[in-house]
Design a protein around this ligand. Structure first.
Ligand SMILES: CC(C)(COP(=O)(O)OP(=O)(O)OC[C@H]1O[C@@H](n2cnc3c(N)ncnc32)[C@H](O)[C@@H]1OP(=O)(O)O)[C@@H](O)C(=O)NCCC(=O)NCCS
Length: 186
């Protein structure tokens, strides 16, 4: 097991292991509610029916994944501890030393470079733990999301044609595969 730290502190943000309490489910849901119009086009789970029970179950799942070493889900917070979104090291494969990063941020905190900083913190921690490859998958139409790996020097390796189903539009979507290798990390 990788055993990453439960708290990672940056200059403007802190990443904290997802808290599985009911209180956190309420806080998460409030941000999803406020940002649903921007989240749902890209994240099928943020559908109009996503509610408190789903938010709570998600946090229980995060806890389980962490214990099993399958995924490490962090709350993205500002320095005062205000919850802003999530960033996760997912699909951890310890044999291949690879993982994938997934993320979302509440609209009121978007566009200020917080996600770029969050990805940098995850990279630093997980490359140091022996991970060799970090991938970020984005819908080809999701320009804001693709900007994050692009600005951080990830290489676009290819496009997985119609490999995702967009729930909001009821359509297949092409997915960009961006990745950075440990040897490319500066
Ligand atoms: C994608 C998302 C996580 C980006 O988070 P963010 O905190 O806004 O990203 P950052 O501020 O770190 O911006 C990274 C880059 O994106 C670009 N960007 C930021 N806001 C933008 C906007 N409104 N329009 C276009 N590009 C934008 C900038 O180029 C920025 O780089 P720069 O600061 O060097 O100019 C956020 O918009 C989001 O949660 N979107 C909805 C959910 C989603 O799409 N998740 C990803 C699924 S793969």
């Amino acid at each position: 097991m990788l055993n990453p730290p439960e708290t990672i502190t940056g200059t403007r943000i802190i990443l904290k292991k997802a808290d599985k309490t009911f209180k956190q489910a309420q806080i998460s849901l409030a941000e999803v509610d406020a940002s649903r119009a921007e989240l749902y086009p890209w994240l099928g789970w943020a559908s109009p029916s996503y509610g408190l029970e789903d938010a709570y179950e998600y946090l229980q799942g995060c806890d389980k994944e962490w214990k099993e070493g399958k995924g490490y889900n962090y709350m993205l917070c500002d320095l005062s501890g205000q919850f802003m979104g999530m960033i996760s090291a997912l699909n951890v494969n310890e044999d291949y030393k690879s993982l994938e990063i997934g993320y979302w941020i509440s609209t009121r905190f978007a566009g200020r470079g917080f996600m770029k900083e969050a990805v940098r913190l995850i990279e630093k921690e997980f490359f140091a733990l022996g991970i060799n490859r970090i991938a970020i998958h984005t819908d080809v139409l999701n320009v804001r999301s693709a900007n994050v790996p692009q600005k951080l020097g990830y290489r676009l390796e290819g496009i997985l044609r119609q490999s995702s189903w967009n729930r909001a539009e009821d359509k297949f979507r092409d997915i960009n595969v961006f990745a950075k290798l440990k040897g490319e990390y500066k």
